[in-house]
Design a protein. Structure first.
Length: 258
């Protein structure tokens, strides 16, 4: 299926549904994907179909490219509203992630002090002290939790290594509110299995986990681009709104992106 592999280390700026004018920072190779998940809905395709043959950008590469782009934007009188670590996979897998976040903060303060720094992460590596320290520094620490159902995670997120969602919930809770949880809602089928995570059997336990995590906000969304496999379907705006209302009734700040 048509999917997107982003330039590296900088892409955009792009208009983001969730973040505004976003300058993307991609810490993965320019010709493939590196992720600890292999989600059926990934816009970058499946891991096996996009194996990278070039190295990741180094910390120095990222620092140089980001400075050049921010300087250009500054001179042009344009400025991003957010610098977003995302792209072809999981940004926290970069071995120099902590140092790169520090560099980005220095450059943000120099060229666009009003901009926020966001990281879109699948939360699989928050157990690493350096990753946690980096995520504590950013403005928007956006962490994926599509469900707490282990079978659904195996079917849809497809972790590339042993993954215990109970531990992940504990890790998210340990951010003490310094996190935004991001949840993808889907319908459709894959290999004969339903992908619908909008029913009470999924939403109830997920809500209970969120009550423990106490995130600063929850972002619920559905597919808006090409996905890695066929058979996935969008969830309606009404259903996302119903889930947002449920979160708000439980005292959790929430927003839907259609
Ligand atoms: S976590 Fe994100 S980048 Fe990784 S496979 Fe899932 S959607 Fe793709």
């Amino acid at each position: 299926m048509p999917t997107v592999i982003y330039p590296s280390p900088i892409f955009g700026p792009v208009e983001s549904r969730r973040l505004g004018i976003s300058l993307g920072i991609n810490l993965m190779p320019r010709d493939g994907k590196v992720c600890t998940f292999d989600c059926l809905y990934c816009e970058c395709g499946l891991n096996k179909d996009f194996v990278a043959h070039t190295p990741r950008p180094t910390r120095k590469d990222v620092q140089k490219a980001l400075e050049q782009k921010l300087r250009e934007m500054h001179m042009a009188g344009t400025a991003p509203t957010v610098l977003t670590f995302a792209g072809n996979g999981e940004p926290t897998t970069h071995p120099e992630f902590l140092g790169i976040i520090g560099d980005a903060m220095i450059l943000r303060d120099r060229y666009c002090p009003q901009a926020k720094i966001a990281v879109l992460s699948n939360a699989t590596l928050t157990v690493r002290p350096n990753v946690r320290a980096a995520l504590m520094k950013v403005d928007y620490n956006i962490l994926k939790l599509d469900t707490v159902d282990a079978d659904y995670i195996k079917l849809v997120n497809r972790p590339a290594f042993p993954y215990d969602v109970k531990n992940v919930v504990k890790e998210l809770k340990a951010f003490n509110g310094h996190c935004i949880v991001q949840t993808m809602f889907l319908k459709g089928t894959y290999e004969g299995h339903s992908l619908d995570n909008t029913g009470e059997a999924y939403v109830g336990p997920w809500l209970n986990a969120l009550k423990q995590i106490k995130p600063q906000a929850v972002q619920v969304y559905t597919i808006a681009r090409e996905t890695a496999v066929e058979g996935l379907e969008k969830v309606s705006a009404e259903e996302l709104d119903r889930i947002v209302a449920l979160l708000k009734d439980n005292g959790i700040e929430a927003e839907a992106f259609y």
